[in-house]
Design a binder for this molecule. Structure first.
Ligand SMILES: Nc1nc2c(ncn2[C@@H]2O[C@H](COP(=O)(O)OP(=O)(O)O)[C@@H](O)[C@H]2O)c(=O)[nH]1
Ligand SMILES: [Mg+2]
Length: 193
């Protein structure tokens, strides 16, 4: 995929603030700190388009990015950060579920799992939920540079079994550009208008 342009469009904290449903969208979901923003930057070939952070759980906004004037990338707020108060958690659920259940232009949801760990209960719930709403998804296992070479295949297999999905997730590392094309190849068909 050649990226000609990638720009931040807007942050939404309510459904009313979502942009009009005009272009196909790919959303990115996962626990906070799993590497969502990093993966978006990596796919778009930009170092800092999306802010990444070492302090998880802060953003409860849905961020829209316009790419090549043809499609949107949507950075969903992360879940699973223990220190988030119940009221914030409830708001997250409301906003993200409103987005995932109703959005007509949403084509695929990339669910990111940390390659070092087993998927969490919330990861599995989100996947169940996507299935229920018949949302196509792609599972990406992040931070594979933190694994020993020999561990990668084994961990990807474990994640596959844990989530009961048909094929192993695509491994990704922000340190290497190797998996970028593989991920793009899988996303490409979904953004064709
Ligand atoms: N080593 C390594 N660190 C990563 C990778 N992806 C993300 N990180 C780091 O993990 C932290 C959280 O990343 P971020 O993209 O902000 O996660 P988000 O909360 O899911 O958007 C940051 O410190 C990133 O630099 C990766 O592939 N390898
Ligand atoms: Mg982020």
């Amino acid at each position: 995929m050649r990226i000609h342009s990638a720009e931040f469009l807007l942050s939404a904290s309510t459904k009313r603030q979502f942009p009009a449903e005009t272009l196909p969208e790919i959303a990115f979901a996962g626990r906070s700190n799993v590497g969502k923003s990093t993966l978006i930057n990596s796919l778009l070939n930009r170092k800092k388009l999306v802010k990444t952070s070492a302090t998880p759980g802060k953003t409860q906004l849905i961020n829209f990015f316009k790419v090549n004037n043809k499609f949107y990338f949507v950075d969903l707020p992360g879940y699973g950060y223990a220190k988030v108060p119940e009221s914030v958690r409830r708001k997250w659920k409301y906003l993200v579920e409103a987005y995932l259940s109703d959005r007509k232009t949403l084509r695929n949801v990339v669910l990111i799992i940390d390659s070092r760990h087993n998927p969490t209960k919330q990861d599995r719930q989100l996947l169940e939920w996507l299935k229920y709403f018949q949302r196509p998804s792609l599972i990406v296992a992040s931070k594979i540079d933190k694994l020993k070479r020999g561990q990668v295949k084994n961990n990807l297999q474990k994640i596959k079994n844990n989530l009961s999905i048909e094929s192993a997730p695509v491994g990704h590392s922000s340190m290497h550009y190797g998996s970028r094309e593989e991920i793009w190849k899988k996303l490409d068909p979904w953004i064709k208008t």
